[in-house]
Design a protein around this ligand. Structure first.
Ligand code: SF4
Length: 353
């Protein structure tokens, strides 16, 4: 059965044509759906049209399996599509607005060593409408007279967005369409583990979306130890692709860099590595976003751990002194399985036991 949230307004108009309903009905249905109203509650359309839509389409937003609220106000949701396909999304309230981190795949096949989402591989891609449905559901739950809904979106939840390219491109069109919730591309960030050909293809789309690249290491040898994708594409190829993105879009590229310790020693966060990192990106419009590794709370044998604040600050100072723009991102939601995929993995493991 087709998912109603996959449709654009034009496609919905086409779908309704054979019913001979007035054209404005499509706008009413589309507007209500994108405000998070369930089909049965769209009371300004005839009852038989509501019944017909429910018969023809899957009209359900994902189901909430679990919700966690952090002391800092971060809300994490475990959601299910068709009962079994679990994903996470996270709502962060900041002074400039509310950012929703959405998932683009159920599971992930990239297998980054510090991430729980990739632990059991890829289950399936989400459709564009299923990604959009996360935003609509969270808007429905969190928009009040006192609180705005989602103002910013980051594609940084489970899944590699560029491994689900067509659906993600369509999601970007749907979510930024004036017919729907109209979130500007400049308020959307897409994070990739570094699929070089897809980054170039995305650059050619010439959107204004912010591109974030998970770098996490200053050289190929180290990167290959934590990110299997690094065996396919070298850091040089990745930086060239980032430069191409800037050339095509004039948007500054963000490099994400999680600071990690191994066996009590800096794995990627020694002062020499800060200089190595700065040398890679100096000279073009980019920014380094440091974050202390969000530890995998479920994994007692985790080899990679976060550094002390002192080590982290020394690393950041060394990058800045090397002439590169760099800030430290505050870890949010640490007390609620904050790391990507952790809530889902914990739920799956509990079910298996
Ligand atoms: S960090 Fe992203 S790309 Fe890597 S395994 Fe996790 S979800 Fe996939």
């Amino acid at each position: 059965m087709k998912y109603i949230y996959d449709l654009s307004l034009e496609e919905l108009k086409e779908v309704l044509k054979p019913l001979n309903v007035p054209q404005f009905r499509a706008g009413q249905v589309y507007g209500a759906l994108h405000q998070g109203v369930a089909v049965e509650n769209i009371t300004n359309i005839p009852k038989d049209l509501r019944a017909w839509l429910k018969e023809q389409f899957d009209c359900n937003l994902p189901e909430i399996v679990r919700e966690q609220i952090s002391k800092d106000g971060t809300k994490k949701y475990l959601l299910a599509y068709q009962k079994t396909d679990l994903i996470e999304c996270v709502l962060l309230s900041q002074n400039y607005g509310n950012t929703l981190c959405v998932s683009t795949q159920v599971g992930c096949r990239m297998g980054c060593r510090f991430c729980a989402s990739g632990k059991n591989g890829l289950v399936r891609n989400l459709t564009a409408g299923e990604i959009l449905a996360q935003v609509l559901l969270i808007n429905r739950l969190n928009t009040t007279d006192k609180m705005r809904g989602v103002t910013n979106i980051v594609l940084m939840g489970s899944g590699e967005p560029l491994d689900n390219y067509e659906n993600v491109m369509r999601f970007l069109q749907l979510v930024s369409s004036p017919d729907g919730i109209n979130i500007s591309a400049r308020n959307i960030s897409l994070s990739t583990s570094g699929l070089v050909p897809q980054i170039k293809k995305f650059a050619d789309e010439k959107t204004q979306v912010n591109l974030c690249i998970s770098l996490h290491a200053p050289n190929d040898d180290l990167r290959q130890q934590i990110m299997p994708v690094a065996k396919r594409y070298s850091i040089k190829e990745l930086i060239d692709a980032a430069k191409y993105y800037f050339q095509q879009t004039h948007r500054r590229v963000i490099f994400e860099y999680s600071l990690m310790m191994k066996d009590g020693q800096p794995f990627n966060c020694a002062v020499g590595q800060a200089r190595e990192l700065a040398n890679l990106v100096r000279g073009f419009q980019s920014h380094i976003n440091l974050i202390n590794l969000n530890p995998l709370n479920f994994d007692k044998n985790a080899i990679l751990t976060p550094p002390s604040r002192e080590v982290a600050m020394t690393f950041m100072d060394a990058v800045i002194k090397s002439g590169v723009s760099c800030t430290m991102r505050k870890n949010k939601g640490d007390d609620i399985d904050g790391a990507c995929g952790q809530l889902r993995l914990r739920h799956l493991e509990t079910e298996n036991n």
